[in-house]
Design a protein around this ligand. Structure first.
Ligand code: ZN
Length: 197
């Protein structure tokens, strides 16, 4: 069984667009380092991407238009662009599991543990962590690779919540990389990634 890296909502809209999270650019290098390590080890890298239908998605009533399907805002930031074997899962609500094929994908990849990165710690990361926990996955939160619109204190509180309520392991990017380096390379991944060009 394997760990998958989940990269939540590192999209132009939230990193440098109109709904930007000030702390998001700071976690990009950590996520990049993790993604490179997971790829090298043959472990899945899965992007979870907010992608909304304008005039349809109820979530937009709450937040205004953002990450609209087919626009720059819904694309992953250039520094973290998906590569050959990576997967991209589009979502229309906070959780990466809700009405998406993420659970099927992870099961077929024989994943039993997810390492969560991205934004927002208290919204999409947290709801994805909850759904992972409900489905029996072990959850790790990479504490220096998640961020919140509400700053460092809210980020810490969100991490603590996931630790207490979902039993999430809280690790730094470096700790995750070190633990993967100690293990062998995962068997060759099945099939081709679903990354968008
Ligand atoms: Zn959204």
């Amino acid at each position: 069984m394997a760990t998958a890296l989940l990269i939540v909502d590192m999209l132009n809209e939230f990193v440098s667009g109109k709904m930007r999270c000030d702390d998001a650019p700071g976690i990009v290098p950590k996520i990049k380092g993790l993604a490179d390590c997971f790829r090298k080890k043959g472990l899945p890298v899965v992007y979870i991407c907010d992608t909304h239908y304008p005039g349809v998605d109820r979530e937009l009533e709450l937040w205004g238009e953002h990450a609209i399907s087919g626009t720059w805002g819904a694309e992953v930031v250039d520094e973290l662009k998906p590569q050959g074997r990576d997967f991209v899962v589009r979502k229309r609500r906070y959780s990466g599991f809700f009405q998406t094929d993420l659970d099927l994908l992870l099961r077929e990849l024989e994943v039993d543990r997810v390492a969560l990165t991205g934004i927002d710690t208290n919204i999409c990361v947290r709801h994805t962590a909850a759904d992972a926990f409900f489905r029996g996955y072990r959850v790790a939160v990479v504490r220096d690779a998640v961020a919140s619109w509400d700053g460092a204190k809210a980020n810490e509180e969100g991490i603590r919540y996931m630790s207490e309520i979902y039993g999430a392991e809280v690790q730094s990017a470096e700790e995750i990389i070190e633990s993967l380096e100690q293990k062998g390379t995962h068997r060759q991944e099945k099939g081709q990634g679903g990354a968008n060009p």
